[in-house]
Design a protein around this ligand. Structure first.
Ligand code: P6P
Length: 311
């Protein structure tokens, strides 16, 4: 079954369906850019986090901005590659040619882990679809849907629809075809994806947690790409992903709006748990576009065990 048809069977409302199909078109175009090496090397610019932008980052960002600007229902957009949120509905309405019929605001990381492309590791696109309006003050739990693309040996797409589960589609010559429905994460499972291991030096609780996993003979599954690493948990149906902070960087590296909130939404929709170390990521208020936060995510009991060491 095609993505378009399956979204209808899931009961996605018409406007959300329209915007999700536009995002899927963007993912299709980004997949082609990644696979053909159409944009290699550095762009000579930095993002708001001071990270050198690759031509791939800029090209992927341009693709999503293009497809979203064509959507009358999109209000604000925010990208990891842009310094601030943009109200594209107002830009259009400002020309007097469109009354503001916007319903959704969309935050995205157009190519997460892009620096891994040059070693041919899997990377991904992370898209969070929120109610309209500024992202500031919203919480990830308010999302209508999350879309997560994985550019690996195959291009696959997760769709997490609020209250309607997580589903996986494979990009084929005939478009995105349904592969797996109702993905579920079991309460526990011995896979671990320990990000920011350098934190063990100054965060003794993290060192004890890693020792717990090693003594428990957990299987390591960490690639340095958040999307493929959490893809593994969703498809194996178990495991835990961590990227904690430590004294030098108490909030760690990953972004609430562009990474932790959206990936966490999909994990919760699949029956898992996601925390910033203190509260559920779904309840964490977005205070700034570039806000970073620690993340512990995956099987409910694995997250609980991890938190018992980290708190
Ligand atoms: P480290 C990729 O750059 C990324 O933003 C996430 O996709 C990934 O989980 C993390 O950084 C990896 O960070 O410190 O292991 O390189």
């Amino acid at each position: 079954m095609q993505l378009d048809e399956h979204l209808k069977t899931l009961g996605a409302d018409e406007g959300l369906h329209q915007v999700m199909m536009a995002c899927a078109q963007g993912v299709y175009e980004i997949s082609n850019i990644v696979r053909t090496g159409a944009a290699l090397g550095y762009a000579g610019t930095q993002n708001v986090f001071g990270e050198q932008q690759l031509k791939l980052d800029v090209a992927s960002n341009d693709v999503l901005l293009k497809v979203l600007r064509e959507q009358p229902l999109v209000d604000y957009v925010a990208s990891e590659e842009l310094p601030e949120e943009i109200q594209i509905s107002k830009q259009k309405a400002g020309t007097g040619n469109v009354e503001n019929s916007a319903e959704f605001s969309i935050a995205f990381d157009p190519l997460d882990g892009s620096s891994l492309v040059d070693v041919n590791f899997a990377v991904g696109t992370i898209i969070g679809i929120y109610p309209k309006g500024s992202f500031i003050g919203k919480k990830p739990g308010e999302m209508h849907a999350a879309m997560i693309a994985v550019y690996g040996p195959r291009t696959t797409l997760f769709v997490a629809l609020k209250g309607k589960g997580v589903h996986q589609y494979l990009l084929t010559d005939g478009g995105f075809m349904l592969q797996k429905t109702e993905l579920k994460i079991a309460e526990e499972g011995k896979y671990f994806a320990p990000g920011n291991l350098r934190a063990c030096l100054k965060n003794p609780g993290y060192k004890r947690l890693v020792d717990f996993w090693l003594e428990g003979q957990y299987t390591l599954r960490y690639s340095g790409g958040m999307v493929p690493d959490i893809n593994h948990i969703l498809l194996k149906g178990k495991g835990v992903f961590t990227y904690p902070g430590y004294t030098d960087e108490p909030n760690g590296k990953l972004r609430l709006l562009f990474e932790c909130g959206t990936m966490g939404f999909a994990i919760v929709e699949a029956g898992g748990a996601v925390s910033d170390g203190k509260i559920s990521m779904m309840e964490k208020s977005i205070e700034a576009i570039d806000q970073r936060c620690p993340i512990i995510a995956g099987s409910v009991k694995e997250v609980e065990k991890a938190l018992s060491f980290l708190i």
